[in-house]
Design a protein around this ligand. Structure first.
Ligand SMILES: Cc1ncc(C[n+]2csc(CCOP(=O)(O)OP(=O)(O)O)c2C)c(N)n1
Length: 618
């Protein structure tokens, strides 16, 4: 096995060029085998095997710096930098992260997870290098999907005036998670599909270069602002900005990429190397279903079918179904996603109402202001964005939606702990960051029926509303508790005395379990479903404080700025002997791992909560 000789960074340089294809094949088989067991980002990694090999051959890590945009495609990079063993526990608690981590290796020079940051970070590293008189290369690797994010253009705009070398590799597989969308995607596609045309261009260049003074002519063409230039220089959009464009080059041909990287190193400004790859390459099911294998659960290698197929509906499924029904009922309902039609469940809405569905690319900021515009124009937009990605659009939520009190509904999926994607993806801040905004309403459903009721309520409110629900199975308990939703009103589920558990969303299910344990210990216990985090139900808090010895708030959100703090603010003004306990996520970043395990670690599982309450009671 060639891979056996690769135990640390730069070992790949000992491999002879004839063996590159065999090594690529071994890496692919390794990734397929490991990811089939642990789950992970399969398609993007299979597509980037040769590209990563070429980068590691052409550059010297850790002196040279590679920034992986999103970072989900960095598995081969990890494999080539001495982390082979890490794949046993990939994305497991305490194990290797699925994203680049500075704390994991000195070959990971910048942490990523959210898209479109690599050019900004790379430019920062370039300036840090230049100011300190260092000489290494900086390479940002960004996908065509991530190139739909606005930050990438802010960075390119800035990089255009650079007078030192900065290499930007566009890893173009013509896919985001789903099909890529928009003008840039079309632009890259035009370059990509003009192969024969490019051969002609190449031919024109080469012929010119061989003529006396041919180089000057070529240089002249590069500088010219004429339509003739269009004929011979692809990537005009970048060239006209002042960024050199090289490519396109076959991203599965290592020697072609090596030639291109050598050329890129000589450029005295920012240079784009446009690399064409195929998502899922080498694994037939992933080639055929790139979206499904973007982030894969463990699967059977023979068939590609998940080893543990899902049998129950998750919250995304419920949202998807209700959106389709609401779309049928009201033609003003429109849906927006930022490059996640599958993940958010809006694909079905798209298929039923294509004219009322908008995939805006990985552009959360734009998605929110665009929704504000739709609302100002008289429609009822529902923007479905994962909790951690919505962090991007904070100013847009305030400036474009809430100050104008526009009726935009935010459907916030993956709210709470998400598990194996780790720190960057945990949706544990939204209750805090949203409930501090004047005019915003923040809700969380206890079960699948309440998600449906809340979505209908949100659309009827004619004001900004955020509805947050977690990843995974939709709770199907407490079906009999379905009081109509009223603005700012909590829902009493069990009313007893001694202890009152006041829980938000996903924590209602946990509260029911905690109550059972407290009963076993001989204590009586109420459970109140908070429903609203903004505005909180002050009457419910007052009732709880008057009729119980302990009031316990429970939320899957950080303590700081969360539900518990809001309850405490009101509670502190009451005259009562009741004691308030806040259960929330400590103010820390929560790493990757199984959600149940993480809940235990941070003390928000039923056992930890019961123990805290029992300790207080004693
Ligand atoms: C801000 C943000 N929004 C959404 C995502 C979810 N996401 C992860 S990868 C991805 C698609 C990236 O496409 P591309 O850059 O082309 O990389 P590929 O997977 O095709 O290699 C998306 C939308 C994210 N990571 N960050």
């Amino acid at each position: 096995m060639l891979l056996d000789n690769i135990n640390k960074v730069n070992d790949i340089k000992k491999i002879t060029p004839e063996d590159y294809p065999a090594l690529a094949e071994e890496i692919r088989q390794f990734l397929i085998e490991k990811i089939s067991k642990t789950g992970g980002h399969l398609g993007s990694n299979l597509g980037a095997v040769e590209l990563t090999m070429a980068l590691h051959i052409a550059f010297n890590l850790p002196d040279d710096k590679i920034i992986w945009d999103v970072g989900h495609q960095s598995y081969t990079h990890k494999l080539l930098t001495g982390r082979r063993e890490g794949f046993e526990n990939l994305r497991k608690y305490g194990g290797m992260s699925g994203f680049p981590k500075r704390k994991e290796s000195d070959c990971d020079c910048f942490d990523t997870g959210h898209s479109s940051t690599s050019i900004s970070a790379g430019l920062g590293l370039v300036k840090a290098r230049d100011i300190q008189g260092q000489k290494h290369s900086v390479i940002s690797v960004i996908g065509d999907g991530s190139l739909t994010g606005g930050m990438a253009y802010e960075a390119l705009n800035n990089a255009a005036k650079l007078e030192t070398n900065f290499i930007i590799v566009i890893n173009d597989n013509n896919m985001s998670i789903s099909e890529n969308v928009g003008g840039i995607s079309k632009y890259l596609n035009n370059i990509r599909t003009a192969d024969t045309y490019l051969d002609i261009k190449e031919g024109v260049y080469n012929t010119l270069k061989e003529m006396p003074k041919g180089n000057k002519v070529v240089e002249g063409i590069r500088k010219a602002k004429s339509s003739f230039k269009q004929l011979v220089v692809p990537g005009m959009f970048f060239e006209d900005m002042g960024i050199t464009y090289l490519g396109p080059v076959d991203g599965h041909n290592i020697s072609a990429m090596l030639r291109m990287f050598q050329e890129a190193k000589r450029v005295r400004n920012a240079v784009i190397v446009h690399v064409i790859t195929q998502k899922g390459k080498g694994f037939e099911p992933a080639e055929r279903h790139p979206a499904r294998f973007h982030g894969a659960e463990p699967f059977d290698i023979e068939t590609g079918i998940p080893t543990k197929p899902r049998t129950t509906a998750n919250y995304t499924d419920i949202f998807s179904t209700v959106m389709c029904k609401l779309g049928a009922r009201d033609e003003k309902v429109v849906a927006i996603t930022a490059a996640m039609p599958d993940g958010t469940g809006l694909k079905r809405f798209r298929n039923m109402y294509p004219d009322r569905f908008f995939d805006v690319g990985i552009a959360e900021e734009h998605a929110v202001t665009f929704a504000a515009g739709l609302a100002a124009g008289g429609l009822k937009p529902v923007v479905a964005i994962y909790s951690s990605f919505l962090q991007r659009a904070y100013d847009q939520i305030i400036h474009d939606v809430c100050i104008q009190n526009l009726p935009v509904v935010f459907a916030i999926d993956r709210a709470g702990l998400v598990g194996s994607d780790g720190e960057t993806h945990q949706g544990i801040f939204d209750l805090s960051y949203l409930s501090s905004i004047p005019g915003m309403h923040v809700m969380a459903p206890k079960n699948k029926w309440e998600l449906s009721d809340m979505l209908k309520f949100a659309l009827s409110l004619n004001a900004p509303v955020a509805l947050r629900y977690p990843r995974g199975e939709a709770y199907a308990g407490l079906q009999e508790y379905r009081m109509p939703i009223e603005l700012g009103k909590a829902e009493a589920i069990y009313l007893e005395n001694e202890i009152c558990l006041m829980a938000v969303g996903s924590m209602v299910k946990t509260a029911v379990k905690v109550r059972k344990r407290l009963h076993e210990e001989g204590f009586s216990c109420s459970v109140i479903n908070a429903r609203f985090v903004k505005p909180i139900d002050e009457n419910a808090v007052e009732y709880a404080a008057k009729h119980h010895r302990f009031l316990v708030t429970m939320e899957e959100n950080v303590a700081s700025g969360g539900f518990g703090e809001k309850v405490r603010e009101y509670f502190d003004g009451l005259t009562t002997d009741c004691k308030l306990i806040n259960i929330a996520i400590p103010d820390e970043y929560v790493e990757h791992g199984n959600v149940d395990l993480l809940k235990k670690e941070i003390g928000i599982d039923e056992e930890s909560i019961t123990n805290v309450i029992l300790a207080e009671m004693k």
